[in-house]
Design a protein around this ligand. Structure first.
Ligand SMILES: N[C@@H](CCC(=O)N[C@@H](CS)C(=O)NCC(=O)O)C(=O)O
Length: 217
């Protein structure tokens, strides 16, 4: 199995899951700045030109939540409970909430404070963040209320919903996200950091970054 990744939040979820479940995978860092995600060979795998992408035998998959569900189904992990439709629906509700609302609210903070320095895209411009703060606070209140009596987002245990919602929010302290005002969100994010694969999901960079060719795809 191969996982193509860059050092950003969507690949982070998949790489964390791989470490957490102990899955044997070849993790190939794509050189974003050299145009690796837009190379014809990469676009043949993922026409969106985004990371992550998984190749497992005949199966090529993009979208981190779908890749995570595939990995759980393959290994029998209850982080995506294939045998329990009611639990899947509970998790799916939060995956959808993330993709349609939460990720759009935390995304600008993550981009300015994490992505820009990681990929040398210039200084953070915080002027945009003031305008998005009310929406982030509104959604953080929804999540904080939900987590008041819970340690995890869904099913009273670690599921894909936690990795989906936390992939940008986990950077809250240095990305200026206001979660000090939302103690249950802060507690949930901090406790996820007790999971070794979540705290440090990044593979070793022994072989350097690559622009994949069809031969190594
Ligand atoms: N919804 C997709 C998001 C994929 C995505 O936007 N990946 C970003 C990194 S988090 C990316 O590849 N950005 C590089 C680019 O757009 O050039 C998923 O969950 O896999």
């Amino acid at each position: 199995m191969k996982i193509y990744w860059i050092k950003a939040q969507a690949p982070r979820r998949v790489l964390a899951l791989i470490k957490h479940l102990g899955i044997d995978a070849e993790c190939i860092e794509v050189d974003l700045r050299a145009g690796g995600l837009k190379s014809p060979s990469y676009l043949a795998l993922n026409p969106n030109g985004k990371a992550p992408t998984m190749v497992d035998g005949d199966v090529t998959l993009w979208e981190s939540s779908a890749i995570m569900a595939y990995l759980c189904a393959k290994t029998g992990s209850d982080m995506w409970p294939v045998q329990h439709p009611a639990e899947q629906i509970e998790i799916l509700r939060w995956l959808s909430w993330n993709d349609n609302h939460w990720s759009r609210a935390v995304g600008p903070f993550y981009f300015e404070h994490v992505i820009k320095p990681t990929f040398h895209l210039g200084e953070p411009d915080c002027s945009e963040l003031t305008a998005t703060m009310p929406e982030l606070r509104k959604l953080a209140a929804v999540l904080d209320n939900h987590l008041e009596q819970r340690d995890f987002v869904a099913c009273d245990r670690l599921t894909l919903a936690d990795f989906q919602l936390a992939s940008m929010a986990c950077e809250w302290r240095h990305a200026d996200m206001p979660f000090a005002d939302f103690p249950h969100v802060a507690r949930w994010l901090d406790r996820l950091m007790d999971i070794p694969g979540w705290a440090d999901p990044w593979p070793a960079r022994a072989t350097g970054k690559q622009v994949p060719t069809l031969a190594n795809a």
